[in-house]
Design a protein around this ligand. Structure first.
Ligand SMILES: *Cc1c(COP(=O)(O)O)cnc(C)c1O
Length: 369
């Protein structure tokens, strides 16, 4: 291993997590969410590893779908934000991308365009998220407009998105589900509601298609949750090396702004990783890292390229030792809490200067890609 930080992507863990989705939602098809570069894990790497074990893929934007088609991916692909204009709609149709339709303008586009290759459409219903989707009182008209539109392939499908599924105690998810059911049960259409939180916490909402994102990557979607409790295996491990060990005196201040003061004479380690790699700048003093598998606290401010560690409990530490910032034995959920953010953001924020390495945990082999 060279001294640069690396993100090890465990594709065996990815397939295990997909299997967990299958076990939890045995009667649903799986629309695997790979938006934002597969939550920072690498779009093509993840899609290739999932292969035909998923029923369809979901991306946020048209460009993400087109790039998958250009890479030769033949699987059904749903564009969650749909199309904004005629040009985009033509591009979507040419690439056989499925469209989410979340407003009346998009319905008009489909009616005006008369596509030669009609597209599969998913009508998005706003049941309380209040971000995208048609209000309940316009769903029946919108459904009929799509069902009778020549640019739409087959029957429109129906979907909604939960706003509070990260909180098992929140009654909002059940309420959204009831509103969705109320309006869709009279329509003969395929349905989809469940993100990771709902797949794990609200089995009644699984419907025809589940839409797992974060759980595929081995992370708990719940506030304060841990993947281990749901038998999910983290796919990404962020690693680096100890690059220096320095000895300071009681009262010496460590790093920018001198926010951490040595309480005694002690060794401080420096690790080659920082916010320029995607390690969160807001990770506070005391946030754990693993040094040779042992938990120790970081101290002082996170800088662009480096962090400092309190080595008092690690007298045997040596320059070159492996440091894990998150991964199998140090949940990214915990690091997100220490940095006052969510694991989703940390995964998406690993920057291009980090080397990505693929691993298959069944044989422990790694290869750089
Ligand atoms: C991102 C997204 C998902 C996946 O959510 P997770 O919490 O990562 O499982 C599902 N559906 C829609 C519409 C999304 O935007």
């Amino acid at each position: 291993m060279d001294s640069a930080p690396r993100a090890v992507i465990d594709l065996t863990a990815l397939r295990h997590n997909l299997q967990r989705v299958r076990t939890l939602a045995p009667n649903s098809r799986v629309l695997a969410v790979v938006k934002a570069n597969a939550y920072g894990h690498g779009l093509f790497r993840v899609v290739t590893a999932l292969g035909d074990a998923v029923d369809a893929l979901a991306v946020a934007r048209l460009g993400e779908g087109v790039s998958l088609r250009r890479a030769g991916i033949a699987c059904p692909i749903v564009v969650l934000e749909g199309c904004a204009n005629q040009q985009e709609l033509n591009l979507a149709a040419a690439n056989q991308l499925e469209m989410v339709v979340h407003n009346l303008e998009q319905i008009k586009l489909l009616q005006q365009q008369k596509l030669r290759n009609p597209v599969v459409c998913w009508l998005k219903i706003d049941t309380g998220m209040h971000r995208l989707g048609l209000p309940l009182n316009s769903v029946l008209t919108a459904y009929q407009a799509l069902a009778s539109c020549g640019s739409v392939l087959g029957k429109p499908r129906l979907m909604t998105h939960f706003a509070n599924a990260d909180d098992l105690a929140d009654p909002a998810t059940k309420k959204q589900w009831q509103l969705f059911q109320g309006i869709t049960s009279v329509l003969d259409a395929e349905t989809s509601c469940a993100n990771s939180g709902a797949i794990l916490g609200w089995p009644e909402t699984h419907a025809d298609w589940v839409r797992p994102g974060i759980m595929l990557y081995g992370i708990s979607p719940f506030m304060g949750g841990r993947a281990e409790a749901y038998d999910l295996h983290p796919v990404m491990s962020l690693q680096s090396q100890l690059m220096a060990i320095n000895h300071y005196k009681k009262g010496d201040a460590i790093g920018y702004s001198g926010s951490w003061i040595c309480p005694e004479n002690m060794a401080v380690g420096v690790v080659s990783i920082g916010y320029g790699d995607g390690y969160p700048r807001h990770a506070a003093s005391g946030t754990s890292v693993l040094l040779n598998g042992q938990r120790i606290p970081l101290v002082g401010r996170v800088s662009m390229d480096m962090i400092s560690l309190d080595l008092r409990t690690c007298p045997e530490a040596r320059v070159g030792d492996l440091v894990t910032l998150w991964g199998a034995d140090l949940p990214v959920e915990e690091i997100a809490e220490a940095a006052n953010t969510i694991p989703y953001q940390l995964l998406c924020s690993v920057t291009a200067r980090v080397d990505f390495v693929e691993e298959h945990s069944e044989n422990g082999q790694t290869e750089s890609r």
